[in-house]
Design a protein around this ligand. Structure first.
Ligand SMILES: C[S@@+](CC[C@H](N)C(=O)[O-])C[C@H]1O[C@@H](n2cnc3c(N)ncnc32)[C@H](O)[C@@H]1O
Length: 288
């Protein structure tokens, strides 16, 4: 059977056209950016072993496995990341958070909390090579994926296995990683409520990357509470959160003593991330 028929059969079974094209390119060993090649060669015969692999992947896609896991890669902020079921698939919404981070002046040191595939840390380092970037995750599996991505992209990041700031609180790690305070702390933490009905559609991604207590705010609360101790004066904390959590996150930031608290809209016009600045003034007030 030729390419045209393979794609037609996949469509008939219910596979999205672009997904089918990307899966077939993967099976053919071609780049994910070669869709034009498929269209130009739609009468080329597909070898039976490749056709079998394609059919199996289409079935997994129909079962809800993310396309990025099946093809093993996901573009994010101009870089290509390896991803598999050990990490969350980076979302385009998170690029809003990266844009915001890159717009903050006078940044030299960045901490990415809950780095997963390394998406945020690597996008920042790729764009601002002179910034010193540290990335934390408590999942050893996620850190393996992130380290692999950093090495493939030739980007130098300090990776630390830790439950949020815990490892940075020990003298040992302060000395080892020279981590004291940061100009910018950024995080896309888990923020979905434990019983959120959307979780059914996300069953293939790691649950610990997604859910965070009854309201989905447990991790955000903890990060906001602990971040001031790890921010340089005038440093910023930027957080991604759920579509309906912006007002609550702004309130948490304000009650912790952050200034300049604001939210940013994602591509769909939804308040998708919120942040605030830990002013020198705030520190003085806190310490007095
Ligand atoms: C929503 S995912 C974000 C992944 C990546 N930053 C991105 O934007 O695609 C959250 C990440 O936080 C990590 N995580 C969850 N709880 C954590 C904790 N207590 N300490 C450190 N990392 C944690 C998960 O392993 C997961 O990689």
């Amino acid at each position: 059977m030729n390419i045209h028929i393979q794609l037609h059969q996949a469509k008939f079974k219910g596979v999205d056209r672009i997904d089918a094209q990307l899966l077939l390119l993967f099976c053919l060993g071609k780049s994910q950016s070669d869709r034009a090649w498929l269209i130009a060669h739609d009468d080329a015969v597909v070898d039976s072993a490749i056709a079998q692999q394609f059919t199996a992947l289409c079935q997994q896609r129909l079962n809800g496995v993310p396309l990025a896991y099946l093809v093993g890669e996901k573009p994010f902020f101009g870089i290509n990341l390896h991803v598999d079921s050990r990490v969350l698939v980076p979302r385009p919404d998170t690029e809003t958070l990266v844009d915001w981070a890159l717009s903050i002046q006078a940044t030299r040191t960045v901490l990415d909390l809950g780095t997963g595939s390394g998406a945020i840390a690597l996008a920042i380092k790729h764009t601002q090579p002179e910034w010193k970037v540290t990335a934390i995750d408590y999942s050893a599996d996620a850190l393996d994926v992130a380290r692999g991505n950093a090495s493939r992209l030739g980007l130098d990041i300090d990776f630390v296995q830790s439950a949020w700031f815990d490892a940075l609180k020990t003298e040992h790690d302060h000395a080892r990683f020279d981590l004291t305070k940061f100009d910018l702390i950024i995080s896309n933490p888990p923020y979905i409520a434990d019983d959120d009905p959307h979780m059914a559609a996300l069953k293939h991604e790691p649950k610990q990357a997604l859910t965070s207590g009854d309201e989905g705010l447990d991790d955000i609360r903890r990060i906001i509470q602990d971040a001031p101790a790890f921010l340089n004066p005038d440093g910023w904390l930027l957080l991604e959160h759920g579509y309906d959590q912006a007002a609550k996150v702004r309130a948490l930031l304000k009650s912790q003593g952050f200034s300049q608290v604001r939210s940013k809209l994602d591509l769909a016009g939804i308040e998708r991330c919120s942040g605030g600045q830990w002013l020198m003034q705030t520190l003085r007030t806190e310490n007095s």
